[in-house]
Design a binder for this molecule. Structure first.
Ligand code: SRM
Ligand code: SF4
Length: 638
């Protein structure tokens, strides 16, 4: 049985990864042995454990050749609570990317950095360099609490923001693995010099609240088996949804009193996006409001929710192991009752909150203490030099010259802060000399609000392209919007190479989710402030069919949208039946109301019925389907 508490699934066989964790001596073996071997890659068991240390074994899928060993390389992911990256760490990562990586850095959707392309023989040096420069990769991946997110805007005159960063850091510390494995393996046993942990956190870690702690264990909060699956936390302030709060396992919202002092937190739980195509039992889910807690109880409620998932989460089926499935299976009442048991007292009701807003904080802004911050857009998080566009060099030059701290944003962008106003001009000059735009008004808004995951060639789970495909896709969407007369329109587009949802496509107004080579599931109807789930509109949209499927939808939107209604809100309001109906009878090219000359042919009722059915399921106009079918037929005649 896993841990001490009874689990409803404990009688079923634990998954393979549970056994690997159990036999690992708290994340040590077989990584500790295999890192010393002169090989290009790790064994399957070590690969699973390596994730807890912040690294994935990958191969460059562009270089796969039948019969030859894979081109093995490693991805390293940093953990930066609230996206905070000190200048020293940034410069170290920039150098590591050139010395051992693929010359790029990638800002992630959870406010971390990834390095790609590191060889096994350089992995230890790379991790040690990160730790010695105030960073860490411990727990960036694996069945454990991941990077804790917080709003990136460095407002110095907003106490609520200060609390969000403070508690993001403290919760990250509370849930940090306690095993010595990381330092033994990567730093030859030397504990890193890191910031002092808040004594309240240290006390909370060992305080037993009705079974939240596993006694006499190297990991008092996690136990020998760690979590059943990844666990994701964010802390935000009322109104600021820059963190995509509904997609997290656990969200804390800072609640202050009239004087701006911290009183407590609203708690949401059970969000998550990963799913698998054609497996209806897997799904994206929004987090539910759970309760309010006073600030003195915040660590105990975090521990109570972690313990509930630790002890009752499914350890037999990894596709059903996230907290969202436990809450979905149990219902909120049972979940709250179990949390209460670990918490030791009744949960108090959630406090009302204002509407959520999504902001990216790009461009120059006052930070509230006389200094400035600058949000810089990074296309899909990829920091690189390419031709006249020298983003990587520009960022390095700015950090070297001004020693500026950074906050990574949950939208794969970056914010420099604590900037003396007198340095604004020089920073703008450095950026423009390297072809980087600092004025967000000059960025194509579709690009500004879009995200794509890395997918090919590094991600082993990618079904199709994402990061490399999205620039072309956005250009085509813009051209189509212009063509139908929606030049000023823009919305949130997010793309992933598979259904795992790393760029959170299910929260987008238009989501493209890899479903087959060169094909995507099309999701529509999310909201601009990321508070509503989109729904799947087409299962397999070949990218060549993008225009024919989207044109009728955009035309319908243009004709029937309410004033100021966004694209996602429109799709959600009118519903897919209406969109399909409109698309099926839509005549391509008639968006200006022009009455194009038509040629009518009669079809038998059953053929017409089938045509309509296919048109609706594929999202393509009937005229187009008939044209395509006849083209094939005529070709066969010639
Ligand atoms: Fe992710 C797995 C990249 C955020 C859901 N994710 C992966 C792996 C490690 C592929 C693998 O397992 O072999 C990807 C590495 C690709 C590469 O080559 O670098 C990967 N995920 C990313 C990043 C880098 C995407 C990005 O564009 O930035 C993000 C890193 C965040 C970080 O710094 O920690 C990233 N992944 C997310 C998010 C969004 C979020 O956390 O806010 C999600 C959806 C939210 C969620 O977890 O529900 C997400 N990633 C997944 C899943 C599906 C999990 C599930 O519950 O089903 C997998 C696959 C898995 O865990 O089995 C996955
Ligand atoms: Fe890979 Fe899929 Fe995540 Fe994209 S969404 S990075 S393809 S796991």
């Amino acid at each position: 049985m896993v841990n001490s508490a009874p689990s409803p699934v404990a009688s079923r066989k634990p998954s393979k990864v549970e056994v690997i964790k159990e036999n690992s001596n708290f994340l040590r073996e077989p990584v500790a042995t295999e890192i010393l071997e002169d090989t290009t890659h790790f064994s399957e068991n070590a690969v699973q454990l390596l994730k807890f240390h912040g690294s994935y074994q990958q191969d460059n899928r562009d270089n796969r050749t039948k019969g030859q060993e894979k081109d093995y390389q490693f991805m390293l992911r940093t953990k930066n609570p609230g996206g905070l990256v000190p200048p020293q760490l940034y410069l170290a990562l920039d150098k590591l990317a050139d010395e051992y990586g693929n010359h790029t850095l990638r800002a992630t959707t959870r406010q971390g950095f990834q390095l790609h392309g590191i060889l096994k023989k350089n992995l230890k040096t790379a991790i040690a360099t990160i730790v010695n420069n105030l960073g860490s990769t411990l727990g960036a991946c694996g069945d454990i609490n991941r990077n804790v997110m917080a709003p990136p805007a460095p407002f110095k005159n907003r106490r609520d923001y200060q609390y969000a960063w403070e508690y993001a850091q403290n919760i990250a510390d509370l849930l940090s693995p306690q095993t010595g494995a990381y330092y033994e393996i990567w730093l030859d046993g030397e504990k890193a010099i890191s910031g002092e942990e808040n004594p309240e956190v240290t006390a909370a870690r060992s305080r037993n609240g009705n079974g939240t702690i596993i006694h006499d264990n190297e990991e008092p909060i996690y136990g020998t088996h760690y979590m059943p699956r990844k666990f994701k936390v964010c802390v935000t302030v009322p109104g600021d949804n820059s963190v995509d709060l509904y997609s997290q396992d656990l969200t804390l919202v800072v609640i202050t009193n009239k004087k701006g002092e911290l009183e407590g937190f609203n708690i949401f739980a059970g969000g998550g996006l990963g799913r698998t195509h054609n497996k209806g039992e897997t799904f994206a889910r929004l987090a539910d409001p759970i309760c309010y807690v006073a600030k003195a109880d915040v660590y105990d409620i975090v521990k109570a929710i972690v313990a509930t998932q630790r002890d009752y989460g499914d350890r037999t089926d990894r596709r059903h192991a996230r907290l969202k499935y436990l809450i979905n299976d149990w219902g909120l009442d049972k979940f709250r009752a179990q949390v209460e048991e670990y918490f030791g007292k009744p949960l108090t009701p959630f406090k009302s909150l204002p509407e959520w807003k999504y902001q990216d904080f790009l461009g120059w802004n006052e930070q509230g203490d006389g200094k400035l911050f600058l949000g810089i857009s990074i296309d899909n998080g990829r920091i690189k030099d390419e031709g006249a566009f020298q983003l990587k060099t520009a960022l390095r030059e700015i950090v070297e010259q001004f020693n500026l701290p950074i906050r990574l944003t949950p939208h794969q962008n970056l914010i420099f802060y604590d900037i003396e106003p007198g340095n604004k001009e020089t920073i703008d000059e450095i950026l423009s000399r390297h072809g980087v735009v600092s004025d967000p008004g000059k960025i194509e808004p579709l690009e500004r609000y879009s995200m794509a995951c890395p997918a090919l060639p590094t991600c082993g789970l990618a079904i199709t392209e994402s990061e490399r495909a999205i620039p072309g896709i956005l250009e085509r969407i813009r051209a189509l919007l212009n063509k139908v007369g929606l030049q000023k329109e823009h919305f949130v587009v997010r793309m992933t190479g598979c259904p795992n949802g790393c760029a959170r496509p299910y929260m987008a107004e238009l989501g493209l989710v890899g479903s087959a080579p060169e094909s995507y599931q099309l999701w529509l109807g999310g909201s601009a402030n990321q508070t509503r789930l989109a729904q799947p509109y087409v299962e397999k949209l070949h990218h060549n069919d993008l225009e024919s499927v989207l044109e009728p939808i955009f035309v319908y939107f243009k004709k029937s949208k309410k004033s100021k209604e966004s694209f996602g809100d429109f799709c959600d309001r009118v519903g897919f039946d209406a969109i399909r109906e409109f698309s099926a009878t839509y005549e391509p090219g008639t968006f200006n109301g022009a009455n194009k000359s038509r040629h009518r042919v009669n079809l038998k009722a059953d053929i017409y019925g089938k045509l309509k059915e296919v048109s609706e399921s594929q999202g393509k106009p009937m005229t187009q389907l008939v044209t395509e079918a006849l083209e094939v037929y005529f070709q066969s005649l010639s």
